[in-house]
Ligand binder design. Structure first.
Ligand code: ATP
Length: 313
């Protein structure tokens, strides 16, 4: 298990370095240092638990991965990528789940993460049917801001979707699940990855090529879904969905906000370099042009992460 290098390389907090085990002096946490609470969710290879670090009383989400299961399913790689991506991203951007520590024991790997007590945006959309224009704009802006930061660090998410957009205690957004990310200029091979049909960009379907712009496509799909409550691209089978993606074949429901429609149309563009946000920083297709799109006119970018989230109505 040492080869996973899952311990010792994250900056340790004072709390962590002061913890002593009964049997040996150590400077690393273990699951015994936490009061484990309810199960927050289950992934294919993981269980996520709410847990309180006894020493500080601070709550976290701990992702527990079963080593045998990971090895049997050849998923050790995914865990490595997730850890590397989260370390690369640091703990500086409010829109990205922070990784505090990783540790392991004989059976499991543990990721100690920011707790997002309000769950997935997918559940919110399912519960509400769709989101208000105010909320959709707010969350789309938070995605834009987090994506710009993520891409500046050389991380492409590749599986942006409402299941991976978590909501913190104040209903602000946190992007999670970096297991299938592409990390640029890292000493790791990028796995072939096909994403999720409803959000996957045409270049991934056609040529398995992904770039920062593939995340902008997904943003277009997520914005469409927040406003309308349905997928932009969906059909009876995955194959048929992918056909629609390749042909950029989708329609807007009646009453879809005009500015939002214009923005979605500028994101759901077949050619990756032609998407709004994908161009050179100061060009007409750059990130600042994306932020200046009329749909975001009422967004005050400097207070985006401090102002209260719009009410969920
Ligand atoms: P899969 O591996 O099948 O794609 P997944 O990526 O959703 O599943 P996890 O990332 O392990 O798997 O998450 C499992 C569940 O736990 C998710 O559905 C999510 O709702 C919840 N969860 C994950 N991280 C957090 C967190 N930091 N705070 C709160 N809940 C979380």
């Amino acid at each position: 298990t040492k080869e996973l290098g899952l311990a010792d390389d994250l900056p340790k907090s004072r709390a962590a370095s002061k913890v002593r085990s009964k049997s040996r002096v150590r400077n690393e946490l273990s699951i015994d240092d936490f009061d484990v609470g309810e199960t927050l969710g289950e992934g294919s290879y993981s269980t996520v638990l709410e847990a309180t670090l006894r020493k500080t009383g601070k709550k976290y989400a701990i992702k527990v991965l079963d080593k045998t299961h990971l090895a049997r399913k050849n998923k050790t790689f995914t865990v490595k990528i997730e850890r590397l991506a989260l370390i690369r991203l640091g703990r500086t951007h409010p829109g990205i789940i922070s990784l505090y520590w990783t540790f392991q024991d004989e059976y499991s790997l543990y990721f100690v993460l920011d707790l997002a007590p309000n769950g997935e945006m997918q559940s919110l959309i399912s519960r509400m049917g769709s989101l208000s224009l105010l909320s959709s704009r707010y969350y789309a802006a938070q995605i834009v801001d987090a994506l710009e930061y993520m891409h500046s660090k050389g991380v492409i998410h590749r599986d942006l979707k409402p299941e991976n957009l978590l909501l913190d205690a104040s209903y602000r957004l946190k992007i999670a699940d970096f297991g299938t990310a592409k990390i640029l200029n890292a000493d790791v091979e990028t796995e072939r990855f096909v994403g999720t049909a409803q959000y996957i960009a045409p270049e991934l379907v056609v040529a398995n090529e992904s770039s920062e712009s593939s995340d902008l496509w997904a943003l277009g799909c997520v914005l469409y879904q927040m406003i309308s409550g349905r997928f932009a691209f969906s059909a009876l089978s995955e194959y048929l969905t992918l056909q629609k993606v390749k042909q950029v074949q989708y329609t807007f429901p009646e009453g879809f906000d005009n500015n939002a429609k214009d923005l979605v149309q500028k994101l759901l563009v077949r050619e990756p370099t032609d998407r709004l946000g994908a161009g050179e920083p100061s060009s007409s297709l750059g990130m600042s042009a994306l932020r200046s799109h009329p749909f975001f006119e009422s967004i005050i970018w400097v207070t985006l992460w401090t102002e209260p989230a719009p009410p969920i109505v």
